[in-house]
Design a protein around this ligand. Structure first.
Ligand code: ADP
Ligand code: MG
Length: 245
């Protein structure tokens, strides 16, 4: 579903991703962990074109963006990738002046050009799925952080993406609100969705992920099955990281 080849990303002289070869299989749930500044968010952002790649290539659902393609071709491919990819950020990024339902159906109306009735029906179903049907006519500011993040997940699901990228979806939440969001993600995993999740929730990664990828300093240092990685990390870097978590 996802494959990067020799993916690098620089900000001027700062090398943030260094020749990353990485893949995610269909139906797989992959957790990316690692210290702050290691390039986790940048990797996600390169996968759906929120950041331009410096060299190498990214493939999502058969669509390839290669740094050797013309910028125009790259943008075209990125647009295609975005249609197949949902993204959920640490900050919920909902439109404050739109209701919960309007937030969820926006892409169906604008991108898919669905009729209002059809979009609303789908939007209401998605909100039921994340347990927020009753809040459909509220504005985001009237919701808790956990509820806003569940709306963001419903919105990400609207275009029926082949994969959802989560960037620390619970990091901005009060501790008592973390579980309701993790539960929704857990359900998606059970349904067989392909998920790539950057997280600091080690217990969650251990329980839900098929594979854990540990990044540090712009490289993948180590990866493996959660039970192996957490109980018996191979590298010193991973051991040190797990000790402070
Ligand atoms: P993580 O998500 O693992 O905390 P990031 O991918 O956000 O790490 O950042 C990796 C590195 O890239 C950091 O050193 C960060 O300061 C740098 N960085 C991220 N975005 C930018 C940017 N837009 N311009 C310059 N440097 C950036
Ligand atoms: Mg980050």
């Amino acid at each position: 579903m996802i494959k990067t080849n020799n993916l690098s990303k620089n900000y001027h002289s700062l090398e943030v991703l260094k020749n990353i070869d990485f893949q995610v299989n269909t139906g797989e749930v992959v957790a990316i962990i690692g210290p702050s500044g290691s390039g986790k968010s940048t990797l996600l952002r390169c996968l759906n074109g929120l950041e331009e790649i410096s060299s190498g290539s990214v493939e999502v659902s058969g669509i390839i963006v290669d740094s050797k393609q013309s910028k125009k071709d790259q943008y075209k491919k990125i647009r295609e990738i975005r249609l197949n990819t949902g993204m959920v950020f640490q900050q919920f990024n909902l439109y404050p002046h739109k209701t919960v339902l309007q937030n969820v159906i926006e892409a169906l109306l604008i991108v898919k050009k669905w009729s209002k009735e059809k979009a609303i029906e789908k939007g209401e179903n998605l909100l039921s799925r994340v347990g927020l049907f009753e809040k459909k006519d509220e504005y985001p500011s009237r919701l808790s952080g956990g509820q806003q993040q569940r709306v963001a997940i419903a919105r990400a699901l609207a275009l029926e993406p082949k994969i959802i990228l989560f960037d620390e979806p619970t990091s901005a939440l009060d501790p008592e609100l973390v579980d309701e969001v993790l539960s929704v993600i857990r359900e998606l995993a059970k349904e067989g969705m392909t998920l790539l999740i950057v997280t600091h929730e080690m217990q969650f990664a251990r329980e839900v992920a098929d594979r854990v990828v540990f990044m540090a300093d712009g490289v993948i240092v180590e990866q493996g099955k959660p039970e192996n990685f957490f109980s018996n990390p191979e590298t010193e870097r991973a051991k040190r990281f797990l000790k402070i978590m």
